[in-house]
Design a binder for this molecule. Structure first.
Ligand SMILES: NC(=O)c1ccc[n+]([C@@H]2O[C@H](COP(=O)([O-])OP(=O)(O)OC[C@H]3O[C@@H](n4cnc5c(N)ncnc54)[C@H](O)[C@@H]3O)[C@@H](O)[C@H]2O)c1
Length: 246
């Protein structure tokens, strides 16, 4: 158990996979949770399962006004925002540059990179306002550190997320502590149609199997806590050792 009692945590992509696991893990550690997703029924279910210290909020991370509205709702409901988990993301069909349409590029970058930028910018005044430092945790990927973790758009978006994380950590210290998590193969909604591929990929790692979403969520809670007080601007692999050989 870490000390997140009464902290207010906003989590995007919270209807499924890692975001849903983060919502439960933060709530289990005493935080108030604002669960955000385009899947409104999904986040309402997550919030209902957690109880009165959680709300489900519709939000499209690729829409800056929608993210401003999420911040307003979080402040109206819980008074401020202490921790922001930019977690929502979409895949890119593993399309290389010459097979990437403008729509695919814009769609993936819009969710994976514009999203964390829009929501972080909207939440900055709240994150900076408390006595304690505000915390930003971005879900990047091993695709943010290598060239072959996804197609062109996904790979670029996740490298960008790590860049945004380092920028936040340096430009807004000491008011904000920002870090990224780089998962490898995780069994979630995103990967359910490619479970065979995922298992094969994971079999080549020291862990030998894909992660459960909770194994990523526990790292997010640790990074948000005082126990991670000296970790700034890192992009931490939680990948079962997938990148251990580079
Ligand atoms: N699953 C993996 O193996 C893996 C590996 C590395 C990184 N990641 C990253 O982890 C994060 C979480 O993914 P996941 O695997 O839990 O996927 P998931 O598909 O289970 O969950 C993603 C959630 O994001 C939501 N979402 C999509 N577009 C949105 C938008 N515009 N606004 C708000 N919400 C939106 C979806 O509705 C969904 O609930 C993503 O950023 C993903 O890129 C996943």
């Amino acid at each position: 158990m870490v000390t997140l009692q009464h902290s207010v945590v906003v989590i995007t992509g919270a209807a499924s996979g890692m975001g849903k696991a983060m919502a439960h893990e933060f709530a289990d550690n005493g935080a108030n949770v604002v669960a955000v997703d385009v899947d409104e029924a999904g986040v309402d279910d997550v919030a209902a399962a957690i109880g009165e210290n959680a709300i489900g909020v519709y939000g499209d991370v690729s829409d800056t006004e929608s993210m401003e509205s999420v911040v307003d709702t979080a402040v109206d409901e819980f008074g401020t925002i202490d921790v922001l988990c930019n977690n929502a993301g979409v895949l890119d069909e593993y399309a290389p540059v010459d097979e990437t349409s403008d729509d695919l590029w814009d769609g993936v970058l819009g969710v994976n990179l514009d999203g964390p930028f829009y929501l972080t910018r909207a939440a900055l005044p709240e994150l900076e306002s408390g006595d304690e430092e505000g915390v930003v945790i971005n879900t990047a990927s091993v695709a943010g550190k290598a060239g072959d973790g996804g197609g062109a758009a996904y790979t670029v978006s996740k490298h960008g997320v790590i860049g945004l994380t380092k920028h936040l950590a340096t430009a807004y210290a000491p008011d904000i502590r920002a870090n990224a998590i780089c998962p490898g193969a995780v069994e979630t909604g995103m990967t359910e149609d490619m479970l065979g591929q995922l298992t094969e990929l994971a079999a080549e790692t020291p862990a030998d199997e894909p992660a459960e979403p909770a194994e990523i969520a526990s790292v997010a809670v640790f990074l948000a806590s005082d126990k991670a007080s000296f970790i700034h601007g890192e992009a931490i692999n939680v990948d079962g050792g997938m990148l251990a050989d580079i």
